[in-house]
Design a protein around this ligand. Structure first.
Ligand code: ADP
Ligand code: ZN
Ligand code: ZN
Length: 812
């Protein structure tokens, strides 16, 4: 008898074993999907990982119900990657599968097929089985996978579903979620046959009787000279023509229209950029990187902001593509802007695939398939791009490697994309390039210890100077002028605007008033679902919880003492924008934060407006910091440095230094005449000093000394264990039991149990312990096994079955 071990997209430990009916023996291979049942009547598409003939002793195996694929949908490399993630990050391989596979490959019994509403009726050229399903869908609009199965009476449903999806008769709907739609615009193109001069001449002659159409066509050619892609809206406006007149030309088959996603337009309209001239320093760095890779698989590229790291990435990608290999280019989600997409698209055209979490399931499938078929040679993506079915990676580039958003927190797998990338690279024998202007201490220490090779770009491209940094006292303001902006900052803004240059102001809090307090009794409004204070937003005139999104009516009277004295102790981006509009009524301002850029296109639009000079002052949170490259920014203001420096976390200095250095990096990128002004109360804070001098070295020395003294990472490893429950007592009891078990491990320091920093979120209570483990891979692995045993032990105790236990390995 033959057996297969399969992974199900569920949080169950390890794999499950099923028997293989004789008719499918010989057809099983790792990476294909099979249909299996679990429990009473739940059906799943499970992935085969192992084929063997060892009958399991503990339970009666069920047979595989059906074989779904003839060829593997995931490669054996991917399976090994999943296994590593599950083992390293303490989760089940099913959870990894769930995160890694696009929805259409999961096909659970709950999945639905949905009729494509733009069709009138089922197309006639479908296969017989597909036609049956299409007819049923046409009538019923939606069918579950089990219904499809019933209709096909036990036949293999996968090819039928594939046909329906490929012919766009149906789509798979799994979850009702907001779908990211790329912003599209309708563009006009000349039909191919009229690229022939003679035929085109004939069109012009024929059109003499239709002067309006003739003028439209001439305008079209004029616009096409400036830009290869001509937008419909632009042409109609320019030619003062109507849609009907344009339609006539389309009907005659002279022009055709096409919907194009806006982030692809950079590619359509520009020619492919082939020349790439590196500076001497860049050439040298490239050589050093290559040499570095002969010694270590990972190279850390430490290049100040504006040093031209991206150009180095581009030349490496070109080289890999020329060698027929692939490159994965990772960026933090927030830094994945149209700006960088357009820049890469101009070099790589359609060989570039872009992948991030805002894409819909269907778009993900499309990219998945293109990577699998080798059509996308380079993928620019956020951390989820690690799951794609690469064939043969030569390089993985992790830009802004210090970014904490590379770590996924919710849901499992709680992986760090940089660290996982290094493992993935080893599976492909690929090399890794970590890039940053402010490397994480983890990577810098690895470089210092020779585990990574180190390459530096010390100056900006073109010898552009680094911006001058000035720290000013936040006390130096005149309330009558502005209670938020110091006189120094006001003057600097005026001066910069007078020079016709732009300003970026950074504040790490959104909303209007992030912290309200009763001036009489000290009462603070809190969220009813979470233990956090609420932020007042003027745009909605509501109090918002930034943890759970709840909005409540604003409070004018203190419910505790009845006074009207509720005041605001801090200010957010919304308030700053209002303040600027009041002080500079003629100046164009814009605000970029989570509230103002709901939907990705708004952010892209704002970036473009700023780049084109249609905005003078941009106020924003982290979003204005990450990876943006503007030419005319003369001043960057950091409004409240103290709040960055007072976060209760041992990494606070590292975060603050990185953030401020990145923000200042937006100033004077093209001419070196940039200035940075930092408002702070505590002027003596060492981080401010390091930022003023752009001295990563001083930062590194001071910070590593402190971390080493306290035994913090990167000199040790941490694992955080969290117990989550709606009942506070149950969460506390669970963590208490766990702490007892975990304290039994020799060589591991256990801190806690204690409530989490935010002890309640969405009505779940969070209690945690922190483990500090020496940096020894084998020992850490033992500790992880111990944790698994301890967690199982606690979960099996009576009354704990509803407890959620989360392990967060290498938390950041
Ligand atoms: P970083 O990624 O290190 O912040 P960028 O790659 O964005 O730096 O480079 C900063 C600026 O210098 C960009 O505007 C870029 O276009 C320009 N630049 C860098 N290298 C070159 C080069 N070799 N040729 C032309 N322009 C370059
Ligand atoms: Zn009060
Ligand atoms: Zn809340």
């Amino acid at each position: 008898m033959q057996f297969v071990d399969v992974v199900l997209p569920l949080n169950i430990a390890g794999t499950l074993t099923y028997g293989v009916p004789v008719k499918w023996q010989g057809k099983m291979q790792p990476g294909i999907r099979v249909e299996v049942s679990l429990g009473k009547n739940k059906l799943y598409a499970a992935i085969v990982v192992h084929i063997h003939d060892n009958r399991p002793e503990q339970y009666n195996v069920k047979p595989v119900r059906n074989i779904i694929d003839e060829k593997p949908v995931v490669t054996s490399r991917q399976l090994r990657f999943w296994q590593w993630i599950a083992q390293y990050y303490l989760c089940s391989i099913g959870e990894v599968m769930n995160a890694a596979l696009p929805a259409h490959l999961k096909l659970m019994s709950e999945s639905l097929l949905s009729w494509n509403e733009s069709l009138q009726e089922p197309p006639l050229d479908l296969g017989d089985d597909a036609f049956i399903i299409a007819e049923a869908l046409h009538v019923r609009k939606r069918l579950t996978i089990s219904e499809v199965r019933q209709l096909l009476e036990g036949k293999n449903i996968a090819p039928v579903i594939n046909e329906l999806l490929e012919q766009e008769v149906a789509i798979v709907v799994e979850l009702l979620e907001e779908r990211y739609k790329p912003k599209t615009e309708r563009y006009l193109f000349l039909e191919k046959r009229y690229e022939n001069e003679l035929l085109l001449q004939q069109v012009f002659t024929d059109l003499e009787k239709a002067p309006k159409q003739l003028s439209l066509l001439m305008q079209f050619f004029q616009l096409k000279q400036q830009d290869t892609a001509v937008p419909v809206a632009g042409l109609l406006k320019k030619a003062k023509a109507t849609a009907a007149q344009l339609q006539a030309l389309i009907d005659k088959g002279v022009l055709r229209t096409e919907l194009i996603a806006v982030d692809r337009i950079g590619f359509i309209s520009g020619q492919k950029d082939d020349v790439l001239q590196l500076s001497r320093e860049q050439e040298q760095a490239l050589l050093d990187i290559k040499t570095g890779w002969t010694e270590n698989d990972v190279v850390l590229l430490h290049g100040v902001t504006g040093s031209g790291k991206t150009m180095l990435y581009i030349s490496l990608i070109k080289e890999a593509i020329a060698a027929g290999k692939e490159v994965l280019f990772l960026l933090p989600e927030i830094a994945l802007t149209t700006q960088i997409v357009t820049r890469l698209r101009s070099y790589f055209g359609d060989e570039l695939g872009v992948y991030h979490s805002r894409f819909s399931d269907n778009e993900r499938v499309e990219i998945w398939n293109k990577v699998k078929e080798g059509k996308h040679k380079v993928v620019l993506g956020a951390r989820s791009a690690l799951w794609l079915p690469f064939r043969s990676l030569q390089y993985i580039i992790v830009d802004e490697e210090h970014e904490t958003s590379y770590k996924q927190y919710e849901p499992a797998p709680r992986f760090h994309a940089r660290d996982a990338a290094i493992f993935l690279a080893s599976l492909h024998q690929a090399k890794v390039l970590l890039g940053s202007a402010t490397p994480s201490l983890e990577s810098a220490l690895n470089a210092q210890q020779g585990k990574y090779s180190y390459v530096a770009l010390k100056g900006r491209y073109n010898n552009v100077a680094m911006p001058g940094v000035e720290v000013v006292s936040a006390k130096n303001f005149q309330a009558a002028l502005s209670p938020l902006l110091t006189l120094d900052l006001l003057n600097a803004v005026k001066e910069t605007l007078a020079q016709g240059r732009q300003v970026i102001l950074f504040q790490n809090k959104r909303g209007y008033a992030p912290f309200l307090i009763c001036g009489v009794c000290g009462w603070v409004p809190h969220c009813k679902n979470c233990d956090v204070s609420l932020t007042y937003h003027k745009s909605t005139d509501k109090l918002h919880c930034h943890y759970c999104g709840t909005k409540t009516a604003p409070i004018r009277h203190c419910p505790q003492c009845g006074s009207m004295g509720i005041t605001s102790k801090s200010f957010g981006t919304e308030k700053i924008e209002e303040e600027l509009q009041r002080i500079f009524p003629k100046v164009k301002t814009a605000r970029m934060d989570l509230d103002s850029v709901r939907g990705k296109n708004k952010q892209a639009q704002m970036i473009e407006d700023f780049a084109k000079g249609r905005i003078d002052i941009l106020v924003g949170t982290q979003m204005v910091v990450k990876g943006l490259d503007f030419d005319h920014v003369g001043l960057v203001g950091i409004l409240s440095a103290d709040s960055l420096l007072s976060y209760p976390d041992f990494r606070v200095n590292e975060r603050a230094f990185q953030l401020m250095e990145q923000v200042s990096g937006r100033a004077g990128r093209s001419d070196g005449k940039g200035k940075v002004l930092i408002q702070a109360y505590n002027l003596k804070h060492p981080v401010l000093n390091w930022v003023s001098e752009h001295s990563y070295r001083s930062f590194y020395q001071a910070e590593t000394a402190a971390r080493q003294a306290f035994g913090y990472p990167p000199f040790s490893r941490m694992i955080r264990i969290i117990c989550r429950h709606r009942d506070e007592a149950k969460a506390a009891k669970g963590i208490g039991l766990l702490a007892v078990e975990l304290t039994k491990m020799p060589g591991v320091a256990v801190k806690g149990p204690a409530p989490a920093l935010v002890p309640r979120v969405r009505n779940y209570y969070l209690q945690e312990v922190w483990l500090t483990v020496p940096k020894d891979a084998a020992f850490i692995q033992q500790v992880k096994e111990w944790i698994t045993v301890a967690v199982n032990h606690v979960m099996q105790q009576k009354g704990n079955s509803t407890l959620q236990v989360i392990a967060d390995v290498d938390p950041v």
